[in-house]
Design a protein around this ligand. Structure first.
Ligand SMILES: NC(=O)c1ccc[n+]([C@@H]2O[C@H](COP(=O)([O-])OP(=O)(O)OC[C@H]3O[C@@H](n4cnc5c(N)ncnc54)[C@H](OP(=O)(O)O)[C@@H]3O)[C@@H](O)[C@H]2O)c1
Length: 389
């Protein structure tokens, strides 16, 4: 089939960078770890599709893979991974048994690597799914089952659509779970409008757009003024996380709880989307209303949590853990592009060669929205009108 350019992360590059910075992870330069490489793609099998990648979003799991802070996934996968599990592309060739797509179709990916008996992902494509090759590449060969038609008429531009394939299903799943669990405890007839809190990050932003679209009060606790301002435009109230020193001390958490009580008439938050754990977890727990639900699909600051089980019982709190969504859920989340999900995209659209810098700037937490990388220089006619000037 021939070689294509693709980015990789090798255990060797991780070790070299860790050595350079003496294992001080806050000094790591992600751009030294994510490297432009090549890969030989297989010919598409009967149920496969060959896709030209048009645009991708920088996903936070790449940061984890390059840092090897949660697990050293490159090492566990035999020394190298080809990352990238969110993409928007053009179908260029289909196998004989492919029925849902034809050449020229514009598609998005989902990254469910291996569904369990009920459809929930056991592994994630281009991360812990063995042998999986990611889509931070010029082209990819993947199964028909991994693709969803891109909703080109949803009102979003191409970069906004490219921001959503991974983060939107995650948010959709978190919201269904959080709301559903709360409703087991308190039915709608007893309380129609909930207070919903999310902490900084692209997934939380989308989670709050869902809550707001269903008439709830939504609050975004983030350390980034520009991202808070973007959500305020959707009617989502911002809370400055830096004002509480990102919950470094007990007093900071107390101050935050006080602010939450003030904003919610003394009630607190009925559903909280965490995603970060670490100090954020306790702040989210303290902010919870009675019968509250704390949901998370992330562990960016810490993999473990500790809490007072007795206190949580007395307050009727529920903790829930999720991971992406089922393939059905990914399809349903796509229906909400443009209607509910109107993502904020970082002001610079990165060139393909600049993908490592995009990853590093995501790590440095300086971006003003979800980071997008334009992979294809030439766009197909069908999407040319969706590329902002
Ligand atoms: N399991 C799954 O299915 C799944 C799916 C998607 C994501 N995830 C994981 O969930 C996490 C968040 O994902 P995302 O896509 O929302 O990430 P993201 O868009 O890159 O956002 C990460 C956010 O973390 C916040 N942050 C950074 N340093 C912080 C600190 N020291 N204290 C508190 N907040 C800090 C920043 O918000 P502010 O500066 O605005 O506060 C930043 O915007 C990642 O670990 C990701 O890998 C898991």
């Amino acid at each position: 089939m021939g070689k294509v350019k693709a980015f990789s992360i090798s255990a060797e590059a991780i070790a070299a960078e860790r050595k350079r910075v003496n294992d001080e992870l806050d000094q790591v330069d992600i751009a030294r770890v994510v490297a432009l490489d090549t890969i030989e793609l297989p010919d598409p099998g009967p149920s496969d599709v060959r896709m030209r990648v048009l645009a991708v979003s920088a996903e936070h799991n790449v940061d984890h893979a390059a840092l090897a802070d949660t697990v050293n996934i490159a090492e566990l996968r035999g020394g190298k991974i080809y990352p990238g599990n969110s993409a928007l592309g053009e179908v260029v060739e289909v196998g004989a048994n492919v029925t849902r797509f034809k050449a020229g179709d514009i598609v998005i990916t989902h990254c469910n690597g291996e569904p369990d008996a009920f459809g929930y992902p056991m592994r994630i494509w281009a991360y812990d799914q063995p042998e999986s090759i990611g889509w931070y590449a010029q082209e990819a060969v993947l199964g028909e089952w991994q693709l969803i038609p891109a909703p080109l008429d949803c009102g979003l531009n191409l970069w906004e659509m490219a921001a959503l394939p991974l983060r939107a299903p995650t948010a959709y799943h978190l919201w269904r779970r959080g709301l559903g669990i709360f409703r087991i405890k308190v039915p709608r007839e007893r309380l129609a409008t909930l207070n919903v809190l999310g902490f900084g990050g692209g997934v939380s932003e989308l989670f709050l757009m869902l809550a707001k679209s269903e008439g709830h009060n939504a609050f975004f606790c983030s350390g980034n003024a520009e991202r808070r301002a973007a959500l305020e435009k959707h009617g989502i109230t911002g809370i400055d996380q830096q004002a509480f020193n990102r919950f470094a001390s007990r007093d900071d958490v107390k101050g935050f709880s006080k602010q939450v009580k003030k904003l919610t008439g003394g009630v607190g938050m009925h559903v909280v989307c965490d995603m970060l754990r670490g100090p954020v977890f306790n702040a989210g727990l303290q902010a919870a209303a009675r019968e509250g639900v704390n949901v998370s699909a992330g562990w960016q600051l810490d993999k473990s949590i500790q809490y007072d089980s007795a206190g949580a019982s007395v307050k009727q709190l529920t903790l829930d853990h999720t991971h992406l969504d089922t393939i059905f859920g990914c399809n349903a989340a796509t229906e909400l592009y443009g209607k509910v999900f109107k993502p904020t995209v970082h002001k610079e659209i990165y060139a393909f060669e600049d993908l490592p810098r995009a990853m590093h700037e995501m790590h440095q937490n300086t971006q003003t929205g979800i980071p997008i990388i334009r992979v294809a220089k030439d766009m197909p006619e069908s999407v040319k009108g969706l590329v902002p000037a």
